[in-house]
Design a protein around this ligand. Structure first.
Ligand code: 13P
Ligand code: SF4
Length: 345
């Protein structure tokens, strides 16, 4: 049996309900070429949980959430890291393991959160609130990380904030994640960029200072969605990513990183579950846990994650593209902030 045949059989077993057969055959052929080239080029492929199902189940050496993949990137001794995820993730890999060649298969696979704040914005906030530590979500560009004291992911945000042991923190750039973390860590929150009166801005009695960027995928889920599903299926267990609004998180049964959601579904004895997150991840979990009933309300695909295809990943390995470069001056400062996060874990 060729390696394309064996990948096809495996994909067919997992994904026959989700992906048409002809597409599986075609994609198995590309995946086999990628896996061969990966060996020849001494490369490792890291795949985020939001990768499309055929890619997710065929080529990554490691799949996971942002935190897990950061750790894998930092540890690898392979010459090339191919990052099947979005730009800020590939940048994080380069910052943590700068002697490796890091490739992002699509020229521009961005993120609405990373696009929602600039390094100048962070510098202005630091001027306005001198001495207040800056916690930045990993979904930020490298120059924003370089202006930050410590990074967090959805898997450790509250823990990172708590380890700082300061009265006030600046938490950037996701409004909803900030609100969720403020609630979990018992802090008040203000948003200077929303035009809060000046007298309030200067005060440090507020324990968290946020920003107003949002994830264009997770902001779409509403409490009404949850009510409608619970009405029809009262025994459903609902899982929400912490980039959803605090109201949606409060109306759900569990909130955690993509990796934590996967573990929750693996363990739950609930008869059925609903995921409030990016829809490819739903397909990936459903394929891994066929005996559990997943309710499919979700149709929100992240357009940035969707840029990463098997075809482009093959091209990336053939042509060594697109290489992630970060100027040393930014990389070294961003590295300090990331190392502080990894030390917390
Ligand atoms: P995770 O770190 O939970 O995988 O989240 C990354 C992300 O971009 C979610 O939208
Ligand atoms: Fe960014 Fe949202 Fe896409 Fe995650 S799902 S990469 S936060 S836009």
């Amino acid at each position: 049996m060729t390696s394309a045949d064996s990948i096809y059989n495996d994909l067919k077993r997992r994904l026959h309900d989700v992906v048409p057969d002809v597409e599986l055959r075609y994609k198995a052929g590309i995946a086999a070429e990628i896996n061969e080239l990966k060996k020849q080029r001494n490369a490792v492929i890291l795949g985020h949980n939001y990768m499309e199902p055929a890619l997710y189940h065929s080529i990554p050496d490691f799949a996971g959430d942002s935190l897990e993949l950061s750790r894998r990137a930092a540890e690898t001794d392979k010459d090339i890291i191919v990052f099947c995820g979005v730009r800020f993730m590939a940048e994080t890999a380069k910052i943590l393991n700068p002697t490796r060649t890091v490739l992002l298969p699509a020229r521009r696979a961005g993120c609405s959160l990373a696009d929602g704040i600039t390094a100048d914005d962070v510098r202005s906030l630091k001027q306005k609130y001198p001495g207040v530590p800056v916690v930045s979500y990993v979904n930020t560009n490298a120059d924003v990380k370089a202006e930050s004291d410590i990074i967090c992911t959805s898997g450790n945000a509250s823990r990172v904030v708590e380890t700082l042991k300061t009265e006030t923190v600046i938490f950037l750039p996701d409004e909803y994640l900030a609100r969720n973390v403020a609630k979990e860590t018992g802090r008040h929150i203000i948003f200077p960029s929303k035009g809060v009166p000046r007298t309030m801005d200067a005060s440090l009695e507020y324990a968290m200072i946020g920003w107003t960027a949002r994830c264009e995928v997770h902001e779409k889920f509403t409490v009404d969605d949850i009510k409608a599903v619970r009405k029809q299926f009262p025994d459903v267990v609902i899982l929400a990513h912490p980039e959803c609004s605090p109201e949606v998180v409060a109306a759900s049964d569990f909130s955690g990183s993509t990796g934590a959601m996967i573990k929750y579904v693996e363990k739950t004895k609930a008869p059925r579950y609903l995921l409030l997150t990016e829809c490819s991840m739903g397909d990936n979990i459903a394929a891994a846990q066929p005996e559990k009933e997943m309710l499919r309300m979700c149709s929100v695909r992240c357009p940035h994650m969707n840029e990463i295809t098997l075809e482009d990943t093959l091209e990336a390995l053939k042509k060594t593209q697109y290489v992630i470069e970060i100027p040393d001056e930014i990389r070294l400062r961003a590295r300090k902030a990331l190392d502080r996060m990894l030390a917390v874990n």
